[in-house]
Design a protein around this ligand. Structure first.
Ligand SMILES: [Zn+2]
Length: 343
């Protein structure tokens, strides 16, 4: 059971809504019928005005059911409200009689999702279901996890990321078929087989120079960069088409040209345990626009084991923000910053 979602311009939307927005129905209004159309609008507006006047005179109010909520915004975590409690009737509440006293601090969804800046209206039902399933999670965690589709088992929800320069590529976020980065350059001047985006290469060379200055005579070196979808498919099939170690084609960050695997003492960097240079990279990569993409603490979020060799270029702004706010995964960053883009 997989649902199709589209990710474009930093927004997540269902495929149906995407089509509606992308291919709006054309309106054809014949000139000859324009006066009839105008008369219709006039009659309609007059009716609405009269109705409003009647409501004002009789002191009636418009129905206000639904999920939008008018009122004073209050801090989400002013009390214990970060532990959501089960409110199964949240959306059916339509009793205006009881709104008298405290309605302004008890939103209809009762979890306070809508107070978070990264709340996405279309996800409300998923927030409520997930919060009910996982009462151990904070409201913030519920919202950002749903925003990046990790509230369900990995690969059961696939979201196609149509952003031109996609930030998040993962088991959930897939590149569109046929995707390839517009611009790739060699990571090392003497090796045309090892490519990455120009931004990633520039940052990598700075990181390498810094590693040499830090006392590692040879500095860091790359062993893998950009991979085509065909190459990724071959890797995946060679690995037995299992999820978890090798990414599926169109789900690999290497296909964006922003991921680089490092070579370390005796194999992939720190694959067989921490080394001084591997530790230095993990502690300093963020200062050059890279993140350590797959940490031991984030395996349940990213779907990958700890990969101390895999660094991903996200730009200095994002890498520093994640470092300063102790955000350990790109999933969490995007979940909390739905419109975020690469520089
Ligand atoms: Zn890698």
């Amino acid at each position: 059971m997989s649902t199709n979602y589209i990710f474009k311009g930093g927004n997540l939307m269902s495929e149906e809504r995407y089509r509606r927005n992308t291919y709006p129905r054309k309106r054809r209004v014949k000139k000859s019928s324009f006066s009839i159309f105008g008369a219709g609008v006039f009659v309609l507006l007059s009716t609405v005005c009269i109705a409003i006047a009647v409501m004002i005179i009789l002191d009636l109010s418009f129905p206000t059911g639904g999920i939008f909520f008018e009122g004073e915004a209050v801090p989400v975590f002013a009390d214990d409200s970060d532990s959501p409690t089960l409110v199964s009737t949240a959306l059916q509440t339509d009793n205006h009689e009881e709104e008298s006293s405290n309605s302004s601090i008890h939103p209809p969804d009762n979890f306070g999702f809508y107070l978070l800046p990264f709340y996405i209206l279309e996800n409300l039902e998923a927030y409520i279901n997930f919060a009910n399933d996982r009462p151990d999670l904070s409201v913030e965690e519920v919202v950002w996890k749903v925003n990046v589709g990790i509230h369900v088992p990995l690969y059961s929800l696939i979201i196609t990321n149509y952003d031109e320069n996609p930030l998040l590529v993962s088991p959930v976020f897939r590149l569109p078929y046929g995707f390839s980065p517009p611009n790739l350059v060699p990571i090392n001047n003497d090796n045309d087989a090892l490519l990455a985006t120009p931004e990633a290469v520039a940052a990598f060379r700075e990181l390498r120079s810094a590693s040499i200055r830090a006392g590692f005579p040879n500095g860091i070196s790359a062993t893998s960069g950009y991979r085509t979808a065909a190459r990724q498919r071959a890797n995946w099939e060679r690995n037995g088409s299992r999820d978890g170690e090798v990414a599926r084609p169109y789900h690999s960050e290497h296909q964006t040209g922003r991921a680089i695997d490092l070579w370390g003492p005796g194999g992939l960097m720190d694959q067989s345990g921490p080394s001084p240079i591997g530790t230095w990279v993990a502690e300093n990569a963020h200062e050059f626009g890279f993140i350590m993409r797959y940490l031991a603490e984030t395996t349940h979020i990213t779907g990958y084991i700890h990969e101390p060799w895999h660094i991903t270029y996200v730009g200095l702004e994002i890498s520093m923000y994640m470092f300063e706010n102790n955000i350990l995964s790109l999933e969490e960053f995007v979940g909390r910053n739905p419109g975020a883009k690469l520089p």
